[in-house]
Ligand binder design. Structure first.
Ligand code: FE2
Length: 337
C-alpha cells in the first residue's frame, strides 16, 4: 500500500496536483529564426509564463485558428508582411489591444488597428553594374521605363511582398500610374517571374537580369554569409535604396496581434509589450537581418551596419495593408503574375 502523503508527493513530482496551473501563453507563429529560443526563453524567465509555440506556414495557421473557432487555444499570431497581417485581420481573428507601452514604443505608422509591427524590412533594388547604370535604377518607377527592356527580374506579382509594394505605389502615385507601372515592369521582364527574392539577386549576379527587386534581409543574409558562392554573388551586384529623392524606400514589417478568443489575455498583452522591449527587439530584428520597429534600438549586424541609413516610407502600415487587394486587381489587369 502506498501512503497518501507519498502518493501526493509522487503526483506532485509529475505535475498532477490540483494546484492552479502555471500561467501559459500559446503562440501561433509563421516566423522562425535562430534567435527565437532566446526571444521566447527570456520572456519566460522574466514573467514565469510558459510559452507553447506552434510554428507552421501562414495559411495552415490561419486555417487552424478558423476551424478551432471559439475553442482555439491560440493567444498570439505572428507573421510577416502587412498584406498577410491584413488578410488575417480581414478573417476577423484579432482583437484590439490597448496598451500605453505599445503606443509609446511602436511608432504610430507601424501600428494597425488590431496588430503591431515589431521589425521592418526594406524592398530594395539590386543591380548588376556591368549591365545597367546606377542612375537608371534609383527608383521603383524607373524599373518600368523602356530603357530597361529585357533587364528586370522579380518574383511573382501575386506574392505579398510585391503586392505590398504595389499598394505603396497606389498610395503615392495613384491607381492609374501604378497600373501603367505594372505593365511597364511586365514589358521589361528578362524572364517570367520565378523563385524567391534570393533567386532574383543570384540571377542579377549571373547576368540573367540587369536589375531586380528584393527584400533587404535576403541581401543582408548573403552579405553576412560565409559561403564563398554567396560572397561571389554579393561581389557582382550593388544595392540601391529606392526613391530617396521622393517618398522613400518601401518598407514592410513583421507583426503580431492578440487573437479574438485568446484564453490567456493578460499573458498575451504582456508578451506583445515584451516584444517591444529593447532586448526582444534586438532578437526579433537581428534574427532575420531586419531593423527594430522601436526607434533608437540598435542591432549589431555587420551587413546592416554596412548598408547604412536610408529614408524609409512613412505611409501608415494599416493603410498600406488595406490597399493590397486593389494592388492585386491592378496587377491582374497588367498581367503581372
Ligand atoms: Fe521573406
Amino acid at each position: 500500500m502506498i501512503k497518501k502523503a507519498v502518493l501526493a508527493s509522487l503526483l506532485s513530482a509529475i505535475g498532477l496536483t490540483g494546484a492552479a496551473t502555471a500561467a501559459e501563453l500559446n503562440i501561433y507563429s509563421a516566423r522562425h529564426y535562430q534567435t527565437d529560443e532566446q526571444l521566447y526563453g527570456n520572456f519566460t524567465k522574466q514573467t514565469g509564463i510558459k510559452i507553447n509555440r506552434i510554428e507552421a506556414k501562414e495559411d495552415e495557421l490561419l486555417e487552424r485558428v478558423r476551424t478551432e473557432g471559439a475553442n482555439s487555444p491560440a493567444d498570439i499570431f505572428i507573421t510577416v508582411d502587412a498584406s498577410r497581417l491584413a488578410k488575417a485581420d480581414e478573417l476577423g481573428i484579432f482583437q484590439p489591444v490597448k496598451s500605453a507601452t505599445l503606443e509609446a514604443r511602436i511608432p504610430a505608422h507601424l501600428r494597425a488597428d488590431n496588430w503591431f509591427s515589431y521589425s521592418t524590412r526594406a524592398r530594395i533594388i539590386v543591380f548588376n553594374p556591368e549591365m545597367v547604370k546606377a542612375e537608371q535604377v534609383q527608383t521603383y518607377e524607373q524599373l518600368a521605363e523602356p530603357a530597361l527592356k529585357g533587364q528586370v527580374c522579380t518574383r511573382s506579382g501575386s506574392h505579398p511582398y510585391n503586392l505590398s509594394l504595389g499598394a505603396a505605389m497606389i498610395k503615392h502615385n495613384g491607381a492609374e500610374a501604378t497600373e501603367k507601372w505594372a505593365s511597364g515592369i511586365v514589358a521589361n521582364f528578362a524572364r517570367a517571374p520565378k523563385g524567391g527574392d534570393t533567386d532574383q539577386i543570384r540571377a542579377v549576379a549571373a547576368g540573367e537580369c540587369g536589375v531586380a527587386i528584393a527584400n533587404s534581409y535576403y541581401f543582408a543574409r548573403l552579405m553576412n554569409s560565409n559561403k564563398p558562392e554567396d560572397q561571389a554573388v554579393i561581389a557582382k551586384v550593388k544595392a540601391v535604396w529606392p526613391n530617396q529623392a521622393t517618398w522613400g524606400t518601401h518598407i514592410n514589417v513583421s507583426g503580431a496581434g492578440m487573437l479574438k478568443h485568446a484564453p490567456n489575455k493578460e499573458a498575451a498583452v504582456k508578451f506583445l509589450e515584451y516584444l517591444a522591449s529593447d532586448e526582444a527587439q534586438t532578437y526579433f530584428a537581428n534574427g532575420n537581418n531586419e531593423w527594430p520597429a522601436v526607434p533608437g534600438v540598435k542591432v549589431d549586424n555587420a551587413a546592416l551596419n554596412k548598408l547604412g541609413e536610408f529614408k524609409a516610407d512613412t505611409l501608415p502600415i494599416g493603410e498600406l495593408a488595406a490597399t493590397v487587394a486593389e494592388a492585386q486587381r491592378i496587377y491582374d489587369r497588367a498581367g503581372y503574375r
